[in-house]
Design a protein around this ligand. Structure first.
Ligand SMILES: [Zn+2]
Ligand SMILES: [Zn+2]
Ligand SMILES: [Zn+2]
Ligand SMILES: [Zn+2]
Length: 109
């Protein structure tokens, strides 16, 4: 019987709503909700800030340098919005100036 499919947030193809990964473009949480990278509160693409923690939801992509909505992936180049800690290499969303894992500052300038 036909299931209720939802469009992937990233490629627009109809997929199962409980898919963890889009089978077509490979992105995680393809049918949402998009969550705040800092507090995991659900957010919408038109939000300027997270309603829960106040995180600014517009950042520059660490990969291509373009302004993008702070979801899981860059709107411009599709790269995951993650940075690797220069100390312990843990990948994490760029939400603070310290590594969530080892606590060392990211940028020593
Ligand atoms: Zn997709
Ligand atoms: Zn938040
Ligand atoms: Zn980008
Ligand atoms: Zn670290």
């Amino acid at each position: 019987m036909p299931g209720y499919k939802k469009p992937c947030l990233y490629c627009g193809e109809l997929i199962d709503p409980d898919s963890k990964f889009c089978p077509l473009c490979g992105k995680t949480d393809p049918t949402g909700p998009i969550r705040c990278p800092k507090c995991r509160n659900p957010i919408e693409k038109n939000f300027k800030r997270c309603a829960n923690c106040g995180l600014d939801l517009h950042i520059k992509c660490p990969k291509c340098g373009k302004d993008t909505f702070f979801g899981s992936y860059c709107d411009a180049c599709g790269a995951p919005l993650l940075v690797a800690c220069p100390n312990c290499r843990a990948e994490q969303p760029p939400v603070g100036d310290k590594c969530v894992k080892c606590g060392k500052p990211f940028f020593q300038k």
